[in-house]
Design a protein around this ligand. Structure first.
Ligand code: PMV
Length: 326
């Protein structure tokens, strides 16, 4: 048995943005996703007695984690077992820059950060497969039957193209991509949205399969656009993807409003991102200056919070309806 442990350890993970292909990825179709530079960090310290947690969504003993936190409870327990350790003697403090339930991968990122932290604490090496199998436990409770795209994206450093039966492959653009992400302030419900698509697909298979095929075509073209750095085409495809997601009935009037605002300023394209029915929109711009212009307009038009960043640098900005730029 491995008896080593650190007095203090850390684990972290970033959030994710789905560029194109959410929902169809559930049906073994491809989707493209990339990291958003907003972090979740888990700090693990020795602490006598029961395992305890502090975070912005739950503070208390591990055994008190119920409801939508049950998956994370199972994931943490299993991580201890896999490290051959009794489930005791630790405090896990979680800090997050990611809003919860907004389609930015906060549940997968939290589980990834915690598992990394626990393995670091016990000085155990963690393979990708082991990490995914543990995070999947948490995600299954949070989402029902997740495609796996969230956990694949939050643990990788660059954009990926993902398909359930194939896995994740890196997708490298020849130029920087500039993104704006705006939060409607409305909590999305991925489980409900995924079930809604499943139900309408059962009721109207021909019509819904045709929308799924349209989105698959968008994803294939978007992959080529990313590889060539064709931002005009990519922007166009993002907006087309949003139109198809509206037909799948997973959008929300506030998402549609913010998408139109972005399109009417200087965005090259915009769409909802993630499960929908609330949550966030994303927009593509030609540079950081345009990203700032779109962001300020989105805040004026009712976005709760906006982030903008480039895939090529560590630069990132945040605007809030309550605070000024930070
Ligand atoms: O976690 P969210 O809200 O970003 O949703 C993930 C994307 C979906 O395709 C809607 C669901 C899934 O499991 O892939």
């Amino acid at each position: 048995m491995n008896m080593r442990k650190r007095p203090e350890a850390k684990g972290e993970a970033h959030g994710k943005l789905i560029l194109v292909g959410e929902h169809i990825v559930v049906y073994n179709k491809p989707a493209i996703a990339l990291p958003i530079p907003l972090m979740i960090r888990a700090s693990i310290k020795e602490h006598p007695g029961e395992v305890s947690i502090s975070s912005n969504i739950y503070t208390g003993n591990l055994n008190g984690m119920q409801g939508r936190l049950l998956g994370l409870y199972k994931c943490i327990n299993e991580a201890f077992w896999r490290c051959n350790k009794p489930v005791e003697g630790l405090h896990i403090d979680i800090t997050s820059e990611l809003p919860d339930g907004r389609g930015l991968g906060s549940s997968a990122a939290a589980a990834t950060a915690i598992v990394r932290g626990i393995y670091d604490f016990f000085q155990r090496s963690l393979s990708e497969e082991e990490l995914y199998s543990l995070v999947e436990l948490a995600e299954t409770y949070a989402h029902g039957k997740p495609s796996g795209i969230d956990m694949m994206t939050v643990s990788r450093d660059g954009p990926i193209i993902f398909q359930k039966s194939i896995g994740a492959l890196p997708l490298i653009a020849p130029c920087a991509l500039y993104f704006v992400v705006a939060d409607t302030g409305i909590v999305g419900d991925t489980k409900k949205a995924v079930n809604h698509v499943k139900n309408i697909k059962a009721q109207r298979p021909f019509a819904i399969d045709s929308i799924i095929n349209q989105i698959e075509d968008i994803v294939i073209k978007a992959k080529e656009a990313v590889l060539r750095g064709d931002l005009i085409l990519l922007g166009d495809l993002l907006y087309k993807n949003h139109e198809e997601l509206k037909k799948l009935e997973v959008s929300h009037p506030k998402l549609d409003h913010l998408v139109e605002i972005a399109m009417n300023t200087v965005a090259l394209g915009a769409k909802l991102t993630g499960g929908g029915m609330g949550g966030c929109i994303m927009a593509l711009t030609k540079d950081m200056n345009d990203a700032g212009i779109v962001s300020r307009e989105l805040i004026r038009e009712g976005a709760k919070e906006v982030w903008y960043f480039s895939t090529a640098s560590k630069e990132r900005y945040r605007l809030s309806s309550e605070l000024n730029e930070g």
